[in-house]
Design a protein around this ligand. Sequence first.
Ligand code: BES
Ligand code: MN
Ligand code: ZN
Length: 507
Amino acid sequence: MTKTAKTKPTLKDASLHFSVNTIDSIKMTTDCLILPCFEKGELATSAEAVNTATQGEIKRLITREKFQAKAGQSLLLLSVPNIAAERVLLLGLGTKEISADNFRKALSKLSELVKSLPCKDISLCLDDISVKEKNTDWISRQVVEHIGLLSYTSDRLKSKKSDTPLALKKVQLGFNKSALSLAEKGLRIGQAVIKGINLARELGDLPGNICTPTYLAETAKKLSAKNALKLTVLEEKDMKALGMGSLLSVSAGSDQPAKLIVMEYQGGNKKSAPYALVGKGITFDTGGISLKPGPGMDEMKYDMCGAASVLGTMQTLLELKLPINVVGVIAASENMPNGKATKPGDIVTSMSGQTIEILNTDAEGRLVLCDALTYTEKFKPKTVIDIATLTGACVIALGNHASGLFSNDDSLSSELVNAGNESNDRAWPMPLWDDYQKQLDSNFADIANIGGKEGGSITAACFLSRFTKNMKWAHLDIAGTAWKSGSAKGATGRPVGLLVQYLLNQI
Ligand code: BES
Ligand code: MN
Ligand code: ZN
């Protein structure tokens, strides 16, 4: 057996405490009072009040420091007289007609800045802030979703934690009394989303020797333990009995057993059809016999980020107790090259009955997903969305900004684009035309598992489309969006935000 560190799944509660209330910017005792400012020297009411209490000190400093208050710019004031707060941070939001983009931009900068401040608590005055086309609940949700990212740190396996740990424990959001209940609603949603995103990040960052298919199944078990989640884990013998020859051809070369993890969340009417999410859970992708080159191969621990996004979304759903039915399916396996491994040229039979010529064992994601998708048909889902770090070609096509979106249903596709825009977790539609299908022709089987270099992300989606003809289906290729490389290496938790938004929009 592979040596596996004895780390058990933990489902940590967020270490940051958020609350909403009315805030008096003069009397508020806090380590840092955050006051919104606008271009041309305009101030929010809360900032105006502090300016008056300090006999114009705020405006003087704005002029002296040439602070323009463009979205994301900020000015930290360390000792402001006549107020209770220890520090004041002026936060630029651009023009007074705040756009959603500017608001988000300012919050990302704020989140970065707060990380390096020694403040245990911060208080944001959002009283008279209105963002174009958005409600108060959107505003409070955005604050929580941006700052809540700080509650995840990737030091779980470091024996010496950071010298500068996050000081922040408490975040207070100030709103007008009449806006408090909406603000509270946004806060609740934001906290649930952050919990899901941070779970997905943690699973993504865990190395392949800890986060195995068994570990993913144990995480699902933890989620189901206290909650209304029905869990079924199919073992290799069960998958064999179902005829999942394609999925099992991927785990054949590994000492870790594959798992098909099935989570059924029933928040809605017993009789209504579920939405299905199917995640690629390759806990490490060596390429198999078609071995990948060495440099950067460590990043193939992230090849289970689709699965992580399904678990993360499930966690958010359970938190919010959404009144819908959702089934999450995870195809979990390693892709390794031992003596029993599948060889290029091998032909296997999928659960659907279609035979597959495996010309490249590194195109394994589609091999596990096709059987998971066929299995999902039994739930007669309203829609099925698979999420997968499927192709390097998708990273070339779209970079790190948008996930690739492929669908056999136009309205599902546009709903996902909208959900991506709303959640700032964008996806961009790619073609799925029949013209590409012939690249998958095989001389010896019904279909080949690769379609050549050209349009690599599209032929991968075409492969999956052969197994989803009876369902309204979409495929998200998250190879470019699920994690960051380089010095900022780490999982992003995408596309939990998009998936949760899609589900919220169904209610
Ligand atoms: N997990 C990879 C896709 C991947 C590669 C994601 C690089 C992010 C960065 C997938 O299993 C894979 O190896 N795909 C091959 C397909 C090819 C053999 C047709 C690829 O993209 O090179
Ligand atoms: Mn691969
Ligand atoms: Zn892979």
